[in-house]
Design a protein around this ligand. Structure first.
Ligand code: S3P
Length: 187
């Protein structure tokens, strides 16, 4: 685990309320799988932003990109995130963001306003690409290796602004979830 001294304003809540946990990182980082495992460990509700977008739109992410385009997807993503953030006053959650949410300035601004933990799940580019290629899920922004690399390099500095970074290569989902919980002092 690496703590980030230049992190976004995203540390534990001072007033007794539990701070939610936002998992960030590139496609293939394991945000959804680790998020589910972490929510089970902590006994907290889990929220997957992409699932929420698909539910509201009545379409898959792939269809949204294909039929409406990326800008429309980003609007939906922002609206969904606003909704999730609004619900956090009811209680802390583990939230898995899509790979682009944390790098969209208006969406990042919503998270920075909260008192929340942000955790960057990191892995080398080749590993992320391999994981995405192995999964059945269709990712509109994972069409070719060159585009994938370009996007990864452009976004990595933003992910590094998360409060802590967990390396995920060669670790199973439960180990990563445990590491996240320990790094936040929750286990
Ligand atoms: C995206 C990542 C996807 C999904 C959408 C856009 C991105 O989520 O939100 O395809 O911009 O990196 P995952 O990171 O869960 O694949």
């Amino acid at each position: 685990m690496t703590s980030n001294p230049d992190r976004q304003n995203t540390t534990a809540a001072g007033g007794g309320a539990k701070a939610s946990i936002f998992l960030v990182g590139f496609m293939g980082a394991g945000k959804t799988s680790v998020g589910l495992a972490l929510s089970r460990r902590l006994g907290w509700p889990f929220e997957d932003l992409d699932d929420r977008i698909e539910e509201k739109a009545g379409r898959s992410i792939e269809e949204i990109f294909r039929l409406l385009g990326e800008n429309a997807f980003r609007d939906m993503e922002h609206a969904a995130l606003r909704n999730v953030c609004g619900g956090l006053s009811q209680g802390a959650k583990v939230v898995a963001l899509g790979g682009g949410a944390f790098v969209q300035p208006r969406s990042l601004a919503l998270i920075v306003e909260l008192t929340a933990h942000t955790v960057f799940l990191d892995a080398p580019l080749e590993e992320l690409l391999r994981r995405c290629q192995q999964q059945a899920k269709t990712r509109p922004l994972c069409r070719d290796a060159a585009q994938f690399r370009q996007l990864y390099e452009a976004r990595r500095p933003s992910y590094l602004a998360a409060a802590c970074r967990i390396e995920t290569q060669n670790k199973d989902i439960e180990s990563v979830a445990k590491e996240v919980a320990c790094s936040l002092g929750m286990e």
